[in-house]
Design a protein around this ligand. Structure first.
Ligand code: ZN
Length: 97
């Protein structure tokens, strides 16, 4: 387990956990996403500039980690949202590796 560092820390820790593969990785290799509520859905928006407000989650920008995160419903849990999620923006930036 973590040695003293908690994901909830507000300090600028450089290591985050990918919500797809659950591996800890340097923050710079992960993409931050935030939930943006729309009338009928919640858009999971990639925060490529690191400026969007709100609760974020981190993910490797790969189809593998995206699919893993979808399969384990990690977005809803990590972003504390319920209901349908629009992942099209995020899907548009991940590598098809
Ligand atoms: Zn990952």
């Amino acid at each position: 387990m973590a040695r003293g560092l908690r994901e909830t820390g507000r300090l600028d820790e450089v290591v985050r956990t990918c919500i797809g593969c659950r591996q800890r990785a340097d923050k710079t290799t992960l993409v931050r996403v935030v939930a943006v509520r729309e009338p009928t859905t919640t858009v999971v928006r990639p925060d490529s500039r690191g400026t969007l407000p709100g609760r974020g989650a981190h993910l490797h920008p790969t189809t593998r980690c995206l699919e893993l995160a979808i399969r384990r419903k990690a977005f809803g849990r990590a972003l504390r949202v319920e209901g349908p999620l629009d992942l099209s923006e995020l899907a548009g930036i991940v590598e098809t590796a």
